[in-house]
Design a protein around this ligand. Structure first.
Ligand code: DX5
Ligand code: ZN
Length: 217
């Protein structure tokens, strides 16, 4: 369906009550959880690894979308496949052989994805777009939640949209909120990763439904 997908970014959530958080997000109408994996090397922040995702996997049937902000992802993707991720996105800036890793993911029954940081030109991923089930465009520098949306991302979404097939997910990630989501949808994004605009709100249901309404407008 082409109804907008809101994917809460699991970075600013309450990790001390993760089961409850997942239940609240599911009740709020989210169908996807975006796991922001950071290794403290590819990005200057450390979050969590496959172990955590594996432990919460049995708690929900929501789609698990892993965003690996890690160096040498080829060494670790099997851990995320085993943990039960439905899609796994690696950074083009972190891989030397995207084809190999995308093929391995595909053959493992996982939706393969490439993520592109703000400073990386689209031509860096152009040769691999037909091997991706999802493409993740960063509209903030990877590493932290709560940053401001980089305006030039709008043009980049439009450009990327013209380069991918209609069944490839175009995901936008970073600073997505009520004042930015509609423009990203208009530019061609159909999958919206949202951190602060959900987790800074008291009520997740209101946040998710308002964001979905704006994205679908
Ligand atoms: C940043 C992460 C994003 C971020 C989104 O490296 O990939 O998913 O957590 O958080 P907000 O929506 O607050 O920018
Ligand atoms: Zn992310």
């Amino acid at each position: 369906s082409n109804s907008p997908v809101i994917a809460p970014s699991m970075l600013k959530c309450d990790f001390g009550n993760l089961h409850r958080e997942i239940e609240l997000l599911q009740a709020a109408g989210a169908h996807v959880l975006h796991w922001d994996v950071m290794d403290g090397h590819f990005v200057p922040n450390l979050s969590y690894g496959a172990l955590l995702i594996e432990r919460v996997r049995p708690l929900t049937s929501m789609v698990f979308d892993a965003h690996l902000m890690i160096s040498h992802p080829e060494k670790y993707i099997d851990d995320y496949i085993k943990a039960g991720c439905d899609s796994i996105t690696v950074h083009i800036e972190a891989v030397s052989d995207p084809t190999e890793i995308l093929k391995h993911l595909n053959q493992s029954g996982v939706l393969p994805g490439l993520a592109i940081s703000p400073k990386t030109p689209l031509k860096a991923v152009e040769p691999y777009l037909d091997q991706c089930g999802t493409v993740l465009l960063m509209s903030v520098e990877p590493g932290f939640g709560g940053q401001s949306f980089i305006e030039s991302s709008i043009q980049k979404i439009k450009q990327l949209k013209s380069m991918i097939s209609s069944d490839t997910i175009l995901s936008i990630d970073g600073g997505i909120a009520l004042d930015t989501i509609a423009e990203t949808a208009g530019a061609g994004a159909n999958y919206f990763v949202v951190g602060s605009a959900i987790f800074d709100q008291a009520d997740y249901s209101t946040a998710v439904s308002e964001l979905a309404a704006k994205a679908g407008s």
